[in-house]
Design a protein around this ligand. Structure first.
Ligand code: FES
Length: 74
């Protein structure tokens, strides 16, 4: 994998380098499998997987791709 295919993100104050083509949910699962958000539908319908981005924005992690430099909390 080339360097451009990865992004740097924060999850619950933990810094991670992850592939650029994964969802926020997948990144959360990789950071903390025990505490990661619930997954019910996996396609944006149920809002069970909501996390906070950059301290304020609430989003559905299962349908949101990771973005370089962002921080996520759940
Ligand atoms: S798991 Fe249902 S909206 Fe994400």
């Amino acid at each position: 994998m080339e360097e451009n295919d990865e992004v740097r993100i924060g999850i619950n104050a933990q810094e991670l380098t992850v592939p650029s083509d994964i969802s926020v949910l997948m990144a959360c699962m990789s950071a903390d499998p025990e505490a990661a958000p619930d997954v019910i539908c996996g396609m944006g319908s149920c809002y069970a997987c909501v996390v906070t981005r950059n301290g304020s924005e609430r989003l559905r992690s299962c349908i949101t791709p990771v973005r370089n430099g962002d921080s996520y909390e759940f």
